[in-house]
Write a protein of this length. Sequence first.
Length: 423
Amino acid sequence: MAHTKAPSAFKNPLIRWVDDRLPIFTMISKEYGVFPTPRNFNYLWNFGALALVMLVIMIITGVFLAMQYTPNADLAFDSVDRITRDVNGGWLLRTLHSNGSSMFFLVVYIHIFRGMYYGSYKRPRELLWLFGAVIYLLMMATAFLGYTLPWGQMSFWGATVITNFFTALPIVGKAITTWLWGGFAVANPTLNRFFALHYLLPFVIAAVVFLHVWALHVTGSNNPLGIEPKSDKDTLPFHPYYTMKDMFGVSVFLLIYAVIVFYVPDYLGDPDNYVKANPLVTPSSIEPEWYFLPFYAILRSVPNKLLGVILMFGAVVMIFLMPWLDTSKVRSAKFRPWYQWCFWFFVFDSLLLGLVGSQHPEGIWILLGRVGTLYYFGFFLVLLPFLGWFEKTLPLPASIAESVLGGGKLAGSTVAAKPMEKA
Ligand code: HEM
């Protein structure tokens, strides 16, 4: 109860005043200052922080873009052109936002693959993983909605193709599609509602990220060895060790992002989207952004539309089910020789499906798409459950400290910073 609480120990009187009334600084210090964190993180553990940075950049640039954007089918294309040419700093906001979505997906894909490799989705972190999967789904929806906003050829035809998926559903398909469009074709009401939702969803993502990080702080982080910390020797306070490491990672990442924004801002875009939407002219090839290509390949790998749509959504459902499909008791792939092979082949398979998604569905690409789809589902539905039963795993180290400090001899010594370099 508030009146029995001891006064906080902060030196700054303003911070102390606030903290005595709302212990927000105590919470930050507990969760991000002294928070015990495994001492053996590698750089892949930077990617959660990077995703957070990207979310903030996307929300800030998006809010400012919205101040100059006009969500009307007759005016949207020109308003975006005006932002790029006439609004002060508009070109920068726009390139930061459009390339930002690619950088955000890149970061989140690495973040997901990291979790898959080190088994971070396993007990007790299933809910943390599920929140992550919800975030990923919301990100896909947000990116799709945002891509329609410039109302270029690819915006219009992309929206038409994707919303048409729903017509494949028996009985209710047509009604759902009309409801999504707000009419009988992709037109002004569609653009308007897509804009409203594109503005809303990032804040929903931010709320789910809050739950995601909350769940993380209940279980604590996994680590490259996949074994839980057993004593103080296995952990370090989050600050200054990981705040510094995260800041270094963020700096390197922002440099790469800046090179793209300033030197090749249009590299990832589709030239067709610099042409105003025309419902009477279909582009020669309709292709989503790179981060959707593997799913697009899965959709097109079966000749039946309904089955294609089911498989495409099923591919995302697999991610949700991972904690229950993997039966192995050992978390990290470091100690799972067979899983390691299957995992790296899965990474290769995802890239291959991405390539297939970018090609016309003809000749060898059809076969590759089918084989790729088969492995995608085989990985989740066959390999993950069966490997857990048959794989002979390697012996686990007794503790994190023993593994990274060479027998744990250094663990209690004063050279606490040294082992970080080994991580
Ligand atoms: C907006 C997107 C996301 C943000 C901002 C975010 C943020 C974070 C942060 C800050 C961490 C702690 C640092 C780290 O372990 O890297 C973390 C951990 C984690 N995230 Fe995410 N995340 C996002 C998306 C996802 C997605 C899509 C998944 C999986 C489907 C996921 C699964 C995980 C898991 C399993 C951990 C724990 C890792 C471990 O302890 O080894 N996250 N996330």
